[in-house]
Design a binder for this molecule. Structure first.
Ligand SMILES: Cc1cc2nc3c(=O)[nH]c(=O)nc-3n(C[C@H](O)[C@H](O)[C@H](O)COP(=O)(O)OP(=O)(O)OC[C@H]3O[C@@H](n4cnc5c(N)ncnc54)[C@H](O)[C@@H]3O)c2cc1C
Length: 493
């Protein structure tokens, strides 16, 4: 069974683990022959877990970062066995250590396959040709029985057209390189107020930055302060709960989603109002952070129960909502979903508050534009305040619309042109929920072509965390192995 994986980041590691497992579990006796394409100098890490300063921190507890959805101990055992036990529990690890875990896991997975090849080139075209899927790189083409597109998302966003300007960085990563030329007394501006901005502030402080740091964004929402974790298993807001409603009513609406959320909160003994207040904040920036820190240990669990629902909400509930409801949620709640689901650890929140109180760090909302004048000064215009001049700008922003990686775009365009995939109304390619099979222009799921991650963002994803990839790749690997079993005679190996 020849499988091609386009993209060799964390999703590819999850795919390899799941192909091995599906083959074993289904007694499929398929001889696995896997080829992975990725031009990156850091195979398996993707851009987010490549070597970097320790200030580039995971945004979830390490025990939720197993590449095996069915075995959360896989990651915690690796941490223990490799001398990183101090990062377990409710700690956060430098993301480069997760990169080592991913590399190690991939190395072991390769040895469980009959054949394995890593092609350190980008794929430029993928087509279904008669019975094989052809992947082309700039130097040659390869034939497969199945291909999974796991190409990740875009790593940079330039909302004000500053790319190419000296002292503008379209992404702050890797911090170890981008922070190299920063003078300690410069006024540094950061566009975007999510976790990337927080990593960057900590990177600057680790490098003994003395100058002012200004975080600027449209809404001024910093990541929420992470509350203590709780032991609670969802009772109603589960994939099955969502599927049952969809089956009984023939649809799953925003109203159903809200009712299911309330049912779960009531069952958990959590306050509905507390979650509503988080979703409709009336405080922003440092003010909201201060308020959240003051309340972080107040015993209310609505926030924790709410974020537990995200795994089912992200794929399954989202998939069933109508395009209008998705668009509505996307336009009005995406920023708050990111703030709540990608929170910052308490110790970081305390330090951010200290920096703000000392006057070194400012968080502003209502950003309208950033321009650069011929003397080299960047000027930001934000609502209700005088223009702000800065020496250097980092973009730490992301955009829903441009989440697709530039490396992925030609492949997606090619598939669309041939009708071997169809566009989802909310962007990216359309896929089947429970398998990841691409849906073609004639509304048929393709048994040999699969995709996951930001490339299918309209159909499935709001967030692309490792736990979502681990879950999704279980479905994809099962579908591939099942199809192989059922069609062994006709597949050309
Ligand atoms: C700053 C940041 C921090 C994050 N931190 C966390 C965290 O702590 N925990 C968590 O769970 N999630 C985190 N995430 C989410 C993160 O996106 C996922 O965990 C994970 O990196 C996604 O893996 P991926 O393989 O889908 O994509 P990527 O990591 O983007 O990897 C995709 C790979 O595909 C390759 N590729 C793309 N196109 C082609 C092509 N045409 N040919 C060949 N190769 C190609 C790329 O070179 C890349 O190596 C973070 C995201 C960001 C942006």
């Amino acid at each position: 069974m020849r499988v091609g994986l386009v993209g060799g980041g964390p999703a590819a590691v999850c795919m390899m683990e799941n192909l091995i497992r599906a083959n074993d579990e289904m007694n499929a006796d398929a001889t696995l022959d896997v080829t992975v394409f990725d031009p990156s100098p850091h195979p398996w890490c993707g851009p987010n877990y490549a070597p970097d300063m320790p200030e580039a921190l995971t945004n979830v507890y390490t025990n939720t970062m197993s590449v095996r959805y069915w075995d959360t101990d896989h990651v915690t055992n690796w941490f223990r066995e490799n001398g990183y036990a101090h990062y377990l529990g409710t700690n956060f690890a430098p993301r480069s250590i997760i990169g080592l875990y991913l590399q190690d896991t991939a190395q072991k997975a390769m040895t469980c396959m009959k054949a394995f090849e890593f092609v350190q080139e980008k794929a430029i075209n993928v087509t279904l040709d008669d019975r094989v899927v052809v992947v082309e790189t700039p130097s040659r083409s390869y034939n497969f029985d199945y291909v999974v597109l796991c190409m990740g998302g875009s790593n940079g966003f330039d909302p004000y057209g500053l790319q190419g300007q000296q002292n503008f960085h379209i992404t702050p990563y890797p911090l170890k390189d981008t922070l190299n030329g920063v003078d300690a007394d410069e006024h540094v501006g950061i566009i975007g107020s999510g976790l990337t901005a927080i990593d960057l502030v900590f990177g600057l402080i680790a490098n003994h930055h003395r100058g002012p740091i200004t975080i600027l964004s449209r809404r001024g929402l910093l990541p929420a302060v992470r509350r203590p974790s709780i032991q609670y298993n969802l009772r109603y807001f589960t994939v099955k709960g969502i599927e049952d409603i969809a089956a009984a009513k023939g649809s799953f609406s925003l109203k159903d989603l809200i009712e299911l959320t309330y049912k779960e909160l009531d069952h958990a003994g959590a306050s509905r109002q507390a979650l509503i207040d988080e979703i409709h904040p009336n405080r922003y920036g440092i003010d909201r952070l201060r308020d959240q820190l003051a309340r972080v240990n107040d015993g209310e669990i609505a926030y924790q129960v709410g974020t537990k629902m995200i795994v089912a909400a992200n794929d399954d509930a989202w998939y069933f909502l109508s395009p209008d409801e998705k668009q509505y949620l996307f336009n009005h709640y995406r920023h708050i979903a990111y703030s709540l689901c990608c929170p910052m650890p308490q110790h970081r929140a305390v330090k951010i508050l200290e920096l703000a109180d000392s006057g070194q760090l400012t968080v502003l909302r209502g950003l309208k534009s950033v321009t650069k004048d011929p003397s080299g000064t960047f000027t930001a215009i934000a609502e209700g305040i005088p223009p702000i001049d800065m020496d250097r700008i980092f973009s730490a922003a992301s955009s829903g619309e441009s989440r697709i990686s530039p490396l992925a775009a030609p492949i997606m365009d090619g598939l669309l042109q041939l009708g071997q995939a169809r566009r989802h109304p909310l962007g990216g390619l359309d896929v089947e929920r429970t398998t990841g099979r691409l849906i073609d222009a004639r509304n048929r799921p393709q048994p040999k072509l699969y995709a996951l991650g930001p490339a299918v963002g309209g159909a499935l994803y709001v967030l692309n965390a490792l736990i979502m990839l681990a879950k999704h790749t279980v479905h994809t690997a099962n579908s591939i192995v099942r199809h192989y079993q059922e069609n062994k005679q006709s597949i050309s190996v």
